[in-house]
Design a protein around this ligand. Structure first.
Ligand SMILES: [Zn+2]
Length: 412
C-alpha cells in the first residue's frame, strides 16, 4: 500500500470505505477505526462462555423440528466446513449441507466439499447454477459498481427455494471473527472525528448472531436488487432472477426460522478450526492465507480491482481489524494482504477471469479508470428490468431503499 498515506497502527490507506467515505488520518497518523478501538477496547473482548450457552439453546429449540433440523450453507471453505462439523458431530442435528457454486471454485475446494461432507456423514446437495446466467450478473455488477463479488446475497438467492420448501428452523452461514467484527464496525456508525459509536462493538456483534430469516431475506433482497434493477440483463437472466427472488420474497414472511452465524457465539480460532476439519480430510490450499477465502479462484481479482480503484474492501477492513486488535502481527498482516490480491500487480488469474466473463481487457480497464467502485450514488434504474422482477413498492420508495443499501451494505 505505497500509493497512499496509511494509518500507523492498522495500515488502512486514506481511501474509500463503505458508509464512512474516504478514510482520513489524524495528526498522529491514526484512522478513526483505531481511535474508536482505543476508546472501547473492552467491547472487542467477547464473553464466549455465555455465547456457547445461548447457541446451545438455539440448537435445543430446533431439535425434532422439520425434515432437517438445520441447513448449513456450505462452500467447502474453513468456516462453513467447521460449522458442518459443529452441527453434525458436536450437536448431532439432522443436517443438510447446501452448496451453491459461485462459478469460481478451485479444484482443491471441490475436493474439500465432497470429502469433508462425506467423512462427516452429512447429507449434501449442490444447487444447480447456470454459468451463462451467473456470468451476466457478475458482469453487470462490474459495469455498474466496479466490483463483481456478491456471494452472500447470491448464495441466499440460489438457496432460497430449498430453505423455503424444507422449512428448516436453523439456517447457518459462517464467517470468521474478523468478518463479523468488521461488519459490526460499519454498523457502529463511528463518528469519524471523535471515534464514538452508536453502541459498543460487542453488543452489535451479539445482535448479529441470530436474526429471523425474514429479516435476513429482506436485507439480501434489497442487496440483490441493487444489481438487478440497473444495467442491461438478458431476458433469460431476468426470468431466472424473478423465480429466485420470488422465493426470497416468500421467506420475508416466514416465522420460526433463524439465520444464524455460529462464529458470534464461539471463540472462532482459525488455527484450531483448520486443525479440526483436517481430521475430516479438509485440505488447505497452499496459495491462500489462513483468514482469506480458500474456496475462490477470483479472490485476488477482487483485491486487485479494489486497489486499482482506491476502494478499501471488506477483506482489508478485516485484516486491519485483526492487526489493530493484536490478533495478528504485521508479518501475518502483510502475508494475508498479499493473498487478497490488494496490490497494483495484475494477478495471475486476470486473463482467465476475463475469459470466463467474456469481457475484453479494454472493458475492464474502462471500469477501473472510471473508479466505479467508489461512485457516490447508484446508477439509473432500468425500468425494463424492474418490470420483470417481483417488486411491489413504488419506484420512489425503492430508490430510497436502494440508495441506503448501497451506502451501508456494499463492502466487497
Ligand atoms: Zn487505523
Amino acid at each position: 500500500m505505497n500509493e497512499a498515506k496509511t494509518c500507523k497502527t492498522c495500515q488502512l490507506p486514506e481511501w474509500y470505505v463503505t458508509y464512512y467515505g474516504d478514510v482520513k488520518l489524524d495528526k498522529e497518523d491514526d484512522c478513526f477505526f483505531c481511535k474508536h478501538y482505543e476508546h472501547t477496547k473492552d467491547a472487542y473482548e467477547i464473553d464466549y462462555t455465555s455465547g456457547k450457552a445461548e447457541f446451545e439453546k438455539l440448537v435445543e429449540q430446533s431439535r425434532g423440528k422439520g425434515e432437517y433440523e438445520c441447513i448449513v450453507l456450505y462452500t467447502g471453505g474453513k468456516d462453513s466446513s467447521y460449522t458442518l462439523y459443529l452441527m453434525s458431530q458436536v450437536y448431532g442435528l439432522k443436517t443438510l449441507a447446501l452448496t451453491w457454486d459461485n462459478g469460481f471454485f478451485n479444484d482443491i475446494n471441490t475436493g474439500n466439499i465432497e470429502v469433508t461432507a462425506r467423512n462427516l456423514g452429512v447429507e449434501h446437495r449442490y444447487i444447480r447454477t447456470d454459468w451463462d446466467v451467473l456470468k451476466h450478473i457478475y458482469k453487470n455488477r462490474l459495469k455498474s459498481y466496479g466490483r463483481f463479488c456478491n456471494c452472500v446475497p447470491l448464495c441466499f438467492l440460489y438457496t432460497a427455494p430449498v430453505i423455503y420448501e424444507t422449512k428448516a428452523p436453523l439456517v447457518l452461514f459462517s464467517s470468521s471473527f474478523g468478518q463479523i467484527a468488521s461488519l459490526a464496525e460499519i454498523n457502529a456508525r463511528i463518528d469519524t472525528s471523535t471515534g464514538k459509536a452508536v453502541a459498543p462493538i460487542g453488543d452489535i456483534i451479539k445482535n448479529m448472531g441470530a436474526v429471523p430469516i425474514k429479516n435476513a431475506a429482506m436485507e439480501q433482497y434489497y442487496t440483490m436488487l441493487l444489481d438487478l434493477v440497473v444495467g442491461d440483463l438478458p431476458p433469460k437472466v431476468l426470468e431466472e432472477m424473478k423465480y429466485l427472488l420470488g422465493y426470497v420474497h416468500k421467506l420475508m414472511s416466514v416465522e420460526d426460522s433463524l439465520y444464524v452465524n455460529p462464529s458470534v457465539y464461539f471463540d472462532w480460532d482459525m488455527k484450531q478450526i483448520i486443525n479440526k476439519i483436517k481430521e475430516y480430510g479438509w485440505k488447505q490450499p497452499e496459495d491462500k492465507g489462513i483468514y482469506g477465502h480458500t474456496s475462490c479462484i477470483a479472490e485476488r481479482m477482487k483485491g486487485y480491482l479494489a486497489y486499482k480503484q482506491n476502494l478499501i474492501n471488506f477483506d482489508i477492513i478485516e485484516n486491519s481489524l485483526l492487526l489493530r486488535t493484536g490478533r495478528i502481527d504485521i508479518e501475518e498482516f502483510n502475508r494475508e494482504i498479499e493473498c487478497t490480491g490488494f496490490t497494483d500487480v495484475e494477478p495471475e488469474v486476470h486473463n482467465l477471469f476475463l475469459e470466463k466473463l467474456d469481457m475484453t481487457r479494454e472493458e475492464l480497464n474502462d471500469i477501473i479508470k472510471n473508479k466505479l467502485a467508489i461512485r457516490s450514488s447508484i446508477p439509473e434504474i432500468n425500468t425494463k428490468n424492474l418490470e420483470c422482477l417481483p417488486v411491489d413498492t413504488n419506484i420512489d420508495d425503492l430508490v430510497e431503499k436502494l440508495k441506503r443499501t448501497y451506502k451501508t451494505r456494499l463492502t466487497i
